[in-house]
Design a protein around this ligand. Structure first.
Ligand code: GLU
Length: 451
């Protein structure tokens, strides 16, 4: 998969003697389009351009936002259990610390690459700005399939990665958190490694930690809860009874699994779910609890048996007829090649960057409502912010307070985005970006450019 991405981005070599200049020009345009369509950072920059035009953003600020503040690439040598040495590559990127310390997860995936992390860091900046959290945007990743490592190898990898990025993280510099394939245990190792280097316990260096070492209640389910609050707010606005909706969820990790579970508990009909091994479909609805138990025991949905469920591919899941589609896996899932086949009324983006700008245009023409990632999935970073505050104050809230404050912040952000989209006749994504970018631009203007 990574090789394909790299190939897509590779320079096309033109045998000049065989083709005309016009053809070269056309090829270059096609090449650029492929790049924008498949490279998440090109996609993020395109989204900035679209909004910059709409709000007449100062061209200097537009260029400023299209760059990341700093990118760190590190080598992570690990002594494997069999005595061999393996070297992994890791990244930590700060897109912006204008509004506060960097904030964003760390993902472990064999497909991770720098431009992906830069895009994810950029989206974190906008997410925090949209929600008015006093934080910037950052992201990290390690190019590894953690399922292929033993527990000891995973711990050594995490600790060495932390040591390599130690100078660019910290409670008032940049605060990592979980993302794809990382969770509380990995955050605990990061917190411990950082604290050992500083000579004292510093829980505020990461969020998404286990509760016993300064984590927050409600953090693990926060992204799912946030998706629910935003979806509920939208359904109230457009007079849809959520309980009667048929729902499809792509991705069955922390985000997909939790939102499927929350909606199932609220009485909604989840007709299909999938993970990287494929998906399951049943028109009359799936038993999500049973599937979650299976996933927790076997890692994947693969081999789950129920004669009433039909196996489907991970691509097919996106085009199933339903009311609400929740892409909660990775970037680049809804593209110009499948956007015409999407068969739903609402797309709620659980993943970061699941819809490309080209697909966005097609969905808009087709009248499909897209609730953008920086709003829909912002519950995770919002409760991370609560965890960060609780660590600073050494005073911990209960689950009621967490969920109530989460709902308040998300519903307020949704109301702002929804009214702006109506007022300016733009999509929810454009409205969300308009709000986030204007706030950020104001902060840049007020602080000025150093020196
Ligand atoms: N990884 C999550 C996201 O993409 C959460 C980040 C955080 O909590 O800092 O929003």
């Amino acid at each position: 998969m990574l090789e394909d991405k790299k190939k897509d981005q590779a320079k096309i070599v033109y045998p000049e003697a065989l083709i005309t200049t016009d053809q070269i020009e056309v090829s270059r345009i096609v090449e650029k389009e492929i790049l924008i369509e498949t490279n998440p950072f090109e996609m993020a920059k395109k989204q900035i351009d679209i909004v910059a035009e709409k709000i007449g953003l100062d061209p200097n600020i537009r260029e400023y936002l299209k760059r990341v503040e700093r990118s760190l690439i590190v080598s992570i040598p690990i002594m494997m259990d069999n005595g061999s040495l393996k070297i992994f590559e890791g990244y930590r990127v700060h897109h912006s610390t204008v509004r506060g310390p960097g904030k964003g997860g760390i993902r472990y995936s064999p497909d991770v690459y720098l431009d992906e992390i830069k895009a994810l860091a950029t989206w974190m900046t906008f997410k925090c700005s949209l929600l008015n959290l006093p934080l910037g945007g950052a992201k990290g990743g390690v190019c590894v399939d953690p399922r292929k490592l033993s527990e000891g190898e995973l711990e050594r990898l995490t600790r060495r990665y932390t040591a390599e990025i130690i100078n660019v993280i910290g409670p008032d510099i940049d605060i990592p958190a979980p993302d794809i394939n990382t969770g509380p245990q990995i955050m605990a190792w990061i917190m411990d490694t950082y604290s050992m280097h500083k000579g004292r316990a510093i829980p505020g260096v990461v969020t998404g930690k286990p509760i016993e070492i300064g984590g927050s209640v409600g953090r693990e389910t926060a992204t799912g809860m946030g998706l629910f609050y935003v979806l509920e707010a939208l359904c109230n606005k457009i007079n849809i009874d959520l309980k009667t909706q048929n729902i499809v969820v792509q991705g069955f990790g922390n985000v997909g699994g939790n939102i499927a579970n929350i909606l199932h508990e609220k009485g909604c009909n989840i007709i299909a779910v999938s993970d990287i091994t494929g998906g399951l479909y049943a028109k009359s609805g799936l038993n999500i609890k049973e599937l979650l138990e299976w996933r927790d025991r076997n890692n994947y949905l693969k081999d789950f048996q129920n004669k009433n469920y039909k196996f489907i591919t991970n691509e097919d899941i996106l085009t199933i007829k339903c009311d609400i589609l929740i892409p909660a896996a990775i970037e680049n899932q809804i593209t110009q090649s499948n956007a015409y086949n999407i068969n739903c009324k609402i797309i709620l983006e659980g993943a970061n960057g699941p819809t490309t700008p080209k697909a966005d245009g097609i969905l808009k023409k087709r009248g499909i409502i897209v609730v953008p990632d920086i709003l829909a999935n912002a519950g995770g970073v919002c409760v991370s912010y609560f965890e960060y505050i609780q660590d600073i104050h050494s005073y911990f809230w209960n689950l009621n307070r967490i969920n109530q404050e989460l709902e308040n912040i998300l519903v307020e952000a949704f109301e702002d985005v929804y009214s702006l989209s109506k007022e300016k006749f733009v999509t929810l994504r454009t409205a969300a970006y308009m709000i986030a970018i204007l706030k950020l631009a104001k902060a840049i203007e007020l602080r000025g450019i150093f020196p």
